[in-house]
Design a protein around this ligand. Structure first.
Ligand code: PLP
Length: 373
């Protein structure tokens, strides 16, 4: 089996697995309890918060554990809106559905939402935001890196504009955290969403960075966990594993990125040598390892299923969306020509892939496309 769908989810880091094990077996104390048996759990949460904060240049009290990217996005968007005062939300057309659907919900509650277009590389231009942002804007939410095409957005520039206007800035960094260097002090965002399973941590756990002093409602009411902002007993094992996975990935960022770039090159060279007609989407400034390719007069879905028969896992659009066969909102937003759009696939390599995987996938695709003719 070759797994090349790391933008959908990643395999668990072995150290992360070992780190979580005691909290699933012997150290099962509830971190909120005052007796000594619960101390290891409480300390593990504090250590994990510190580790994660260090990896993204935050203070540990600015890290709030959540159940993953979707929850973090929903919290950032719904939690910052208030009756009275500024009401407008500005987001982009290529956000993940966790952001888009949260925006639709608040829109139905009476908060206007504006969707920023992107250029053909999937980049939100700062000048576009400049032309739209107004005194009524409460929140700007633009993703740090796109999950389908991997484009990295100019978040620092967009944040400066948002702040100049007195708006809050959120970024969905689910695809970026643990893959590219991130320092929230340098970028200046007020909120940043992350999800452990995208950086070799376990599923169902993530965090929201909330800059100290940001005006946001609690996510849930109940116990006093997460500084009284997100009630509910913490997923200690998941949180510990998330911190270990993030630390491991961040300590190897440069090496991993150069290996992933080699895989990209190997894959594309094979396509070129076989004279395959394709477009690489989001080619300009993208996450290492993500290849979004549109093949002329092909079907992405057909490719996915034929590769599946050979034990190769890739994606046609966003994984969460794989029941829909229509051209994704991202591919539409970057205006991929019609004769290519339907033949779009996403191959996303991760730290456990080998260069040989890139060649094998390219060979398999070339074979399928040539046989089809
Ligand atoms: N945001 C982006 C950009 C994503 O890629 C995903 C997952 O595909 C999410 C949010 C949702 O994250 P989770 O699966 O942790 O809920």
């Amino acid at each position: 089996m070759i797994y090349a769908d790391n933008a959908a989810t990643t395999p668990l880091d072995q150290d992360a697995f070992e780190a979580m094990r005691p909290f699933l077996t012997t150290e099962y104390g509830n971190a909120s309890q005052p007796y000594s048996f619960s101390r290891p759990a409480k300390k593990a949460l504090a250590d994990a918060r510190e580790t994660i904060a260090h990896c993204i240049g935050a203070l540990s009290e600015e890290i709030y554990f959540t159940s993953g990217g979707t929850e973090s996005d929903n919290w950032a968007i719904k939690g910052t809106l208030k009756e009275g005062g500024r009401k407008l939300i500005i987001t982009s057309k290529i956000e993940h559905h966790a952001v888009l659907r949260a925006c639709e919900t608040v829109n139905h509650l009476g908060y206007p939402v504006t969707y920023l277009p992107v250029d053909s590389n999937g980049i939100v231009q700062a000048s576009t935001l400049q032309g739209i942002i107004s005194e009524n804007t409460r929140l700007v939410s633009v993703m740090m890196a796109n999950n389908e095409i991997g484009t990295i957005e100019p978040i620092k520039q967009l944040t400066n504009l948002a702040h100049k206007n007195g708006s809050l800035m959120h970024t969905d960094a689910v695809q970026a955290v643990g893959h590219i260097p991130i320092n929230v002090s340098e970028i200046g965002v007020d909120m940043l969403s992350a999800s452990a399973h995208k950086f070799n941590g376990p599923k169902g756990v993530g965090f929201l960075f909330i800059r100290k002093g940001t005006d946001i409602h609690p996510f849930s009411d109940g116990g006093s966990q997460e500084f009284g902002m997100r009630a509910g007993t913490e997923n200690v094992a998941g949180i510990v594993a998330m911190a270990t996975a993030l630390q491991n990935n961040c300590s190897q960022l440069t090496d991993t990125a150069s290996r992933l770039k080699m895989m990209e090159k190997t894959f594309l060279r094979s396509l070129d040598e076989a004279n395959i007609d394709y477009i690489r989407n989001g080619d300009k400034n993208h996450l290492p390892g993500i290849l979004n390719i549109s093949f002329r007069d092909a079907s992405g879905e057909m490719l996915l299923h034929r590769l599946d028969l050979q034990g190769i896992c890739i994606s046609t659009g966003a994984a969460c969306d794989s029941i829909h066969t229509q051209v994704s909102h991202v591919i539409r937003a970057i205006a991929v020509p019609k004769e290519y759009a339907r033949g779009t696939v996403r191959i996303s390599f991760g730290k456990y892939n080998q260069i040989a995987d890139a060649s094998a996938i390219a060979d398999a695709i070339i074979d399928i496309l040539k046989k089809r003719r």
